[in-house]
Write a protein that binds this ligand. Structure first.
Ligand code: NAD
Length: 797
């Protein structure tokens, strides 16, 4: 079976280095090659190096790898993954590509150098080796003119978006001669191994997302100038109000770089033949002027916006396109915008804006209608399906809805009528589709979603393994439910407990559902998955309830809540059937405790995992301290010193450390060897389901009730407290942090017992509960909780 075990990335610039990093993230080692420098740096001269020294010859790639470890947001899941990338240069090391299964070209965006490089690559090419290009818009076919047929069969475009770790889109672009089996392989590899959302694009200028996206930006500038709008007005309209990112139009341009944008727009203009389309891709005078002035956006310190410091205050000024001077931004007030803000969901917001009835609504409509029609015109030319276009815009430009999804949300037929009444020409296929009686592009037929393909409804492609909890709920698969959570039948004997409270915070409703779900799963299912498809897995326990009880001095209420939390976590831990938690994104406090109580954890690649309770003035109170102590005891031999490991965990809880990825969560010490990262978030729940089935098949048995847990005792506690005092002395933590750290040390060490004592699980849970309760009675804890609820940020009082 074809596999990619090793890769070579050629070009170690912005994209090449980050692509190598993402390969490292998924365990694929790569060679990273770049040009040999022609001159020494001052530092190299000082060291007495010459141009033929390997350190100089590999400098570009070596430095790129070093930079990867410092970049923010981090391209690597863990900084030490950089070890998987081997630097080299194109003169000494190109022959080494003969050892790899995939070579990806990521050099300068220009046809001739790319052609020449591919010619050199062919010298080391062997049957089976895949070669691809990361070009943003150059013709794939043109690049391999002159290459052998066998080479061309193995060549295609693989267009990652920047930054490649975080941007979901991967455009796969077959050339005229690419072997369809390789296209299919890359589609599967991109989805399952790299975790990307793959769309198939055709070999046309700028492929899908950049073609539609650039058109949209140009149309926006045109409509803006027609209507006399300002930069900030356009950004207010074309951001979240329209289901698009906050960076909207002009901030996006500043981020992308005006020069890059002009290059991309010119690439389309020079390579399309329709005069109207050529005109549409002409760069407006204002943008041309920015280019000439060198005001290229973020990278040159100013573009459509400019950050300044005035009277000690940071400010972002906006460019006035009439005077070409920067001025303060003016607040945009519009009824349509307000209506959009109040509306729910991307479709609701866009509808509210477009139907808002003021001049802003009109501007939005004038932009949107042209983007919708242009997208429809390009079906068949840039992509075979509307699904590929919609997905490319969602994954590549972070739009909430692709053009056809938005069109459906606005009402296909009414929208089409309005467009025609306003003089727009619709593509024939859209007219035919409506004339055939269809009311939407995407329609349900026999429970399956379909879309128009050559005038007929065809099923929408769903990659194997995608589970949609909302769809299952709609299809009546709910087994039990309350306000905070639902138990859903995933089929094949596996149930899924989904949290859906506000922010997925854990309150009594979720705790009740946990106990109930375990009971149902033990009776009727092979096992249980705990996962959801909300914004975050779980931000922790419901603070509002704890704060209210604390303010009222209702200690019994808090005591009962902790006991309920402990009961639910023990139910998970001692469940007779396997429980697999599959967290994603923010997984904090109580969310982590749910994972620690589960039999296995499969975090998403993007999981930000941490016991952060000290940020709100308490310690983990849902079994997190007990589980930490238990895991530390289990991780060392019966005679070994517990304190070094315990001290590491103590520091992580004491400083509210949060992992920057699922891989880092695995390395923090709470998770176990069998736990593993699921790279593609769309496949997370099916991976968890498969894990449940595998564990059940192997004859799962619940862990024996932990009777005796070895603890560090009073000596260990003293060591932890001393470490905390050191942090306090150094000014790293506040007086109140120290106070909490003392309590944390007390619980984690098992209280005032001799070192190496054996204690029960219940004893540790009691210590945890007492410490949590006592902290809830302190004014500074109340302040921390209030601050977190008001601002979403921790207070360091
Ligand atoms: P870059 O300028 O940061 O890096 C290009 C690298 O290629 C440099 O390290 C340079 O030393 C090397 N190089 C230049 N000429 C070469 C040659 N003749 N032979 C070998 N190496 C050479 O560029 P980038 O932004 O990383 O873009 C690389 C490719 O990726 C381009 O095709 C670009 O269109 C595409 N791309 C870029 C982005 C982006 O946002 N930057 C996004 C998607 C795709």
């Amino acid at each position: 079976m074809r596999q990619i075990r090793r890769a070579a990335v050629i070009g170690s610039g912005v994209m090449g280095a980050q692509i190598a990093a993402h390969l490292a993230n998924v365990g694929i080692p790569s060679l990273l090659l770049d040009l040999v420098p022609q001159a020494l740096t001052a530092e190299e001269q000082k060291k007495g190096l010459s141009l033929d020294h390997p350190a100089v010859r590999n400098r570009l790639a070596t430095e790129a790898i070093r930079r990867l470890q410092k970049m923010s947001p981090a391209p690597l899941f863990r900084a030490d993954y950089a070890k998987l990338i081997t630097p080299g240069n194109l003169e000494d090391d190109l022959h080494r590509i003969a050892e790899v299964d995939w070579v990806i070209e990521v050099i300068v965006e220009s046809l001739e150098p790319k052609r020449q490089l591919l010619e050199r690559i062919e010298q080391y090419w062997h049957e089976g080796m895949i070669v691809s290009t990361n070009t943003s818009g150059i013709s794939i076919n043109a690049m391999v003119e002159g290459r052998s047929e066998a080479f061309r069969r193995h060549f295609l475009g693989t267009h990652f978006f920047n930054p490649p770790r975080y941007m979901k889109l991967l455009e796969v672009i077959p050339g005229r001669d690419t072997d369809p089996a390789i296209v299919e392989f890359m589609r599967g590899f991109g989805t399952e191994r790299l975790g990307k959302g793959v769309v198939l694009a055709k070999d046309t200028p700028n492929f899908i997302a950049n073609r539609i996206g650039t058109y949209g930006l140009l149309v926006t500038v045109e409509e803006m100038q027609k209507g006399g709008f300002t930069v900030e007005e356009v950004d207010a309209i074309t951001g979240p109000a329209l289901g698009r990112p906050k960076s909207a139009t002009f901030r996006t341009l500043d981020l992308v770089g005006i020069d890059t944008f002009v290059h991309v727009a010119n690439n389309v203009r020079e390579n399309v033949t329709d005069p109207a389309e050529q005109r549409a891709f002409e760069v407006p005078a204002a943008i041309q002027k920015l280019l000439e002035l060198g005001w290229l956006g973020e990278k040159s310190g100013q573009g459509f916006y400019k950050r300044v410091k005035q009277n000690g205050q940071r400010q972002i000024l906006v460019l006035d396109l009439d005077t070409f001077e920067y001025r303060e931004q003016k607040k945009v007030a519009s009824a349509a915008l307000e209506a959009s803000k109040q509306a729910k969901g991307a479709a609701g917001k866009a509808k509210a804006l477009l139907q808002g009835g003021d001049r802003y609504a009109e501007l939005a409509w004038n932009i949107v209608k042209r983007v919708l029609v242009y997208s429809a015109e390009k079906v068949g030319e840039i992509a075979d399906t509307i699904q590929d276009i919609d997905a490319a815009m969602r994954w590549g430009f972070n739009w909430d809805l692709g053009p056809f999804e938005l069109w459906d949300a606005l009402g296909l037929v009414q929208t089409a009528e309005r467009m025609q009444a306003e003089g727009l020409q619709l593509p024939q296929w859209v007219k035919d589709w409506i004339a055939a009686g269809h009311r939407a592009f995407y329609e349900k037929q026999d429970g399956k979603l379909t879309m128009p393909v050559n005038g007929k409804p065809e099923p929408v492609r769903v990659p194997a393994g995608v589970i949609d909890l909302a769809a299952l709920k709609k299809a009546g698969k709910v087994i039990a439910q309350n306000t905070g959570a639902s138990l859903i039948d995933l089929g094949d004997g596996v149930a899924c407990l989904e949290f859906h409270s506000q922010n997925n915070a854990i309150g009594p409703d979720i705790l009740t559902m946990i106990e109930k779900s375990v009971a149902i799963a033990e009776k009727d299912f092979a096992g249980l998955v705990i996962a959801n498809q909300g914004k975050n897995f779980c931000v922790g326990a419901n603070l509002v309830l704890i704060l209210m009880a604390a303010q009222e001095g209702d200690w019994d209420e808090i005591d009962l809540s902790i006991r309920q939390f402990h009961r639910a976590m023990l139910a998970l831990r001692y469940s007779q059937v396997p429980v697999v938690a599959a967290p994603h994104r923010m997984t904090l406090g109580g969310g982590v405790e749910v994972c620690l109580a589960s039999s296995r954890v499969l975090p998403a690649a993007e999981t930000y995992f941490g016991l952060v309770e000290v940020g709100v003035g308490v310690i983990p109170g849902g079994g997190g301290c007990k589980e930490t102590a238990r895991r530390v005891a289990e991780s060392v031999g019966p005679e070994d010193d517990l304190v070094p490991v315990l001290a590491r965990m103590f520091q992580a809880i004491g400083t509210a450390k949060v992992s920057t990825s699922g891989a880092e969560a695995l390395a923090m010490g709470w998770l176990r060897e069998a736990d593993r990262v699921v790279v593609n978030d769309d496949l997370r729940i099916s991976a968890a389901k498969a894990e449940v089935l595998r564990m059940a098949e192997l004859g799962y048995t619940a862990p024996p009730k932990a009777k005796e847990i070895r603890v560090a005792g009073r000596d260990g506690k003293a060591t932890l407290q001393m470490a905390a005092r050191g942090m306090w002395n150094g000014g790293y933590i506040t007086d109140y942090d120290l106070h909490i750290a003392y309590k944390l040390a007390h619980v984690l060490a098992g209280g005032d017992v001799p070192a190496g004592s054996y204690v029960s699980e219940d004893y540790l849970l009691d210590l945890e509960r007492e410490a949590f309760l006592s902290l809830c009675g302190e004014p500074k804890t109340i302040q921390r909780m209030q601050h977190m609820l008001a601002t979403g940020k921790p207070l360091r009082n």
